[in-house]
Design a protein around this ligand. Sequence first.
Ligand SMILES: NC(=O)C1=CN([C@@H]2O[C@H](COP(=O)(O)OP(=O)(O)OC[C@H]3O[C@@H](n4cnc5c(N)ncnc54)[C@H](O)[C@@H]3O)[C@@H](O)[C@H]2O)C=CC1
Ligand SMILES: O=C(O)[C@@H]1CCC=N1
Length: 259
Amino acid sequence: MARSLIGGLVARGVAASDIRVAEPVETLREALRRDFGVQCFDQASAAAEGASVWLLAVKPQVMREVCASLAAQAAAQRPLAISIAAGITAGQLDRWLGGGAAVVRAMPNTPALLGAGITGLYANAAAAPRFDQAASLLEAVGPTVRIDEEAQMDAVTAVSGSGPAYVFLLAEAMQQAGQAQGLSAEAARALVRQTLLGAATMLTHSEEPAEVLRARVTSPGGTTQAAIETFEAGGFRTLVDRAIAAATERGRQLSAANE
Ligand SMILES: NC(=O)C1=CN([C@@H]2O[C@H](COP(=O)(O)OP(=O)(O)OC[C@H]3O[C@@H](n4cnc5c(N)ncnc54)[C@H](O)[C@@H]3O)[C@@H](O)[C@H]2O)C=CC1
Ligand SMILES: O=C(O)[C@@H]1CCC=N1
């Protein structure tokens, strides 16, 4: 995810020399330098030195350890700390950074790499005066949505953080189904990719809700109706509801498991 954000920021004119990245894996550091020209370090403390904004992009399971390694610098530098980790709360981040930290929880998604991401943002009280700074950083890779109730960040994660994977799953399933009906892999892939792009473009350019756009494709007694009835009879909406609820719950579990 950090790679997507770095790519998006650099593509949108942020000076690569202003971005300092911590990455313990040498081959990944080399790739970041080569691809984006950013400064790379093997320790978080080295990357954070002198920086007024920290973007914490490690796995939830290692966030505590990384924050602890930065606590002394957090007390001295008083940075704006932005975490993109699923589940980990602002209270946990604040505590692990030593207390009194300005913390923003951000939940971006991987289309950020193309400037087509969307990010949910929640700020704790200490970060509220610096909210715009966090928003403008993430806006380099797509629009942002301010979330006032922190508990809702798990739902943001479930809908838009994980969301691209649901679309890719749909693409995989449609492609396989097209091939099962006799299309070549190449033809099925081309048809599915452009169909998803076209539908997503209509969703973003139209004032009409998804429901109306769907109805317009669905001729009475036609092919779409046959497919939609099959989806509905198979419990499609319930399945999506259960999947998003499971992802939301996993966010809560990630917080509790890393307490
Ligand atoms: N993948 C996604 O679509 C999204 C991920 N996130 C969040 O982003 C975070 C990272 O997830 P991914 O990018 O998927 O994982 P990843 O495993 O691809 O990236 C994590 C990176 O952190 C590095 N790392 C490990 N220990 C480190 C340390 N001590 N200091 C600095 N870097 C260290 C790893 O070498 C790795 O390159 C997670 O907290 C996840 O919840 C948030 C939104 C979307
Ligand atoms: O799967 C995950 O936990 C992360 C958070 C949102 C997308 N990827």
